[in-house]
Design a protein around this ligand. Structure first.
Ligand code: NAD
Length: 295
C-alpha cells in the first residue's frame, strides 16, 4: 500500500497522523483548520486542498472527524472523497459516528468499486500520542487484512465483524464507561453521606468485584476535584446520542443510558461540557449537597 490520505487533524487525528509519519509512511493531509495542516506539513506530510484532493493522491484514506455529519460531508459532500474515488481504494473512518451512517457511506463507496472500514478508537489523546489506542474494526475481513499493519502503527486493532460493527463496539464501550462512572459517583456519594471517608472505601473495594479502570481513573479525580480532560462531557453526550439513536432503531430499551445522558446534559447546562466525564462526581455533589473532595 502506498500513500495515505489523512483527513481530520484534531486532538486525536494529529498525533495519529504523526505516528504514521514517524513510521516512514507518506501522508497527504487535509483539515478545515489550516494551522493543523501546516503543523503536519512541517513534519513531512503533503498538503491537500480538499478531501477529494487528498483522496485522489492516496491508496488509503483515513478520516478522524467529530461526528456523522462531518464524515458524511467529507465523503459525499462538495469536493468529497466520493467525487474522485476509484476501484481498489480503501476508506478507513476512525471517527466515532452512528453505525447506520457508516453502512450508508460504505454502500456509496462500494458502488464506485472502493472499500470502507469503520475503525473507531478508545484511549484518548495520550494513547493517540503513544500509538497505543484500542481500534475496533468493522467491514470486510479481507480489506482489514490489507490495512492491519497501518492501523497497528496507531494502536492495537481488533476485527469485530461487518461494516458498522466497529462503531457498535465503540457504542458498547461508551455505554459501559458512562454507566460505570455514574456508578462510581453514586457509590462514593453514599460513603460521603454516611460519614465514611470515600477514599478509604475506594482502597477497600478496588481489589474486589467493583474494581474497574473507571473506578481507578475516576474516583481519584473526584477526591481531588480534578476534571481537566481526559474525555470531554460533550463528546460523551455525542456518543450517548448515537447509542440512543441506534437503540431506538432496534427498539431496545436502555434505561441506564437515558439516566446517564440526563446527568451529562445537566453538567453541560451548568457550563461543564468541556470537563472530563469524571465530572459526573460534580453532578452527584450538586444533587446531594455534598463534596467528594478529600478534606
Ligand atoms: P477534534 O474536534 O479535536 O478534531 C476533529 C477535527 O476534524 C478538527 O481538526 C476539525 O477541524 C476537523 N474537521 C471537522 N470537519 C471537517 C471537515 N468537513 N473537513 C475536514 N476537517 C474537518 O476531535 P477529536 O477529539 O480529535 O475526536 C475525533 C473523533 O475521535 C471523534 O469522533 C471522537 O468522538 C473520537 N474520540 C475522541 C477521543 C478523545 O479523547 N478526544 C477518544 C476516543 C475517540
Amino acid at each position: 500500500m502506498g500513500k495515505i490520505g489523512f483527513i481530520g487533524l484534531g486532538i486525536m487525528g494529529k498525533p495519529m497522523a504523526k505516528n504514521l509519519l514517524k513510521a516512514g509512511k507518506s501522508l497527504v493531509v487535509f483539515d478545515v483548520v489550516s494551522s493543523a495542516v501546516d503543523e503536519l506539513v512541517k513534519d513531512g506530510a503533503e498538503k491537500a486542498a480538499s478531501p477529494a484532493d487528498a483522496a485522489s493522491a492516496s491508496d488509503i484514506i483515513i478520516t478522524m472527524l467529530p461526528n456523522s455529519p462531518h464524515v458524511r460531508e467529507v465523503v459525499s459532500g462538495k469536493d468529497g472523497i466520493l467525487s474522485v474515488v476509484k476501484k481498489g481504494q480503501i476508506v478507513v473512518d476512525m471517527s466515532s459516528i452512528a453505525p447506520l451512517v457508516s453502512r450508508e457511506l460504505c454502500g456509496l463507496l462500494e458502488a464506485k468499486g472502493a472499500d470502507m472500514l469503520d475503525a473507531p478508537v478508545s484511549g484518548g489523546q495520550e494513547k493517540a500520542e503513544k500509538g497505543t489506542l484500542a481500534i475496533m474494526v468493522g467491514g470486510k475481513e479481507e480489506v482489514y487484512n490489507k490495512v492491519k499493519d497501518i492501523l497497528d502503527l496507531m494502536g492495537k486493532s481488533n476485527y469485530v465483524a461487518g461494516i458498522g460493527a466497529g462503531q457498535i463496539a465503540k457504542l458498547v464501550n461508551q455505554t459501559i464507561v458512562g454507566i460505570n462512572i455514574a456508578a462510581v459517583a453514586e457509590g462514593m456519594s453514599l460513603a460521603e453521606k454516611a460519614g465514611v471517608d470515600p477514599e478509604k472505601v475506594f482502597g477497600a473495594i478496588r481489589g474486589g468485584l467493583a474494581g474497574s479502570q473507571c473506578l481507578e481513573d475516576k474516583a481519584p479525580r473526584m477526591f481531588e476535584a480534578r476534571y481537566n480532560p481526559g474525555f470531554r462531557v460533550n463528546l460523551h453526550i455525542k456518543d450517548l446520542g448515537n447509542v440512543q439513536e441506534t437503540g431506538r432503531a432496534l427498539h431496545l430499551s436502555m434505561p441506564l443510558v437515558a439516566q446517564v445522558m440526563e446527568m451529562m446534559q445537566n453538567l453541560a447546562a451548568d457550563g461543564h461540557e468541556a470537563l472530563d466525564h469524571g465530572a459526573l462526581g460534580m453532578f452527584y455533589e450538586k444533587l446531594n449537597g455534598i463534596s467528594l473532595k478529600k478534606k
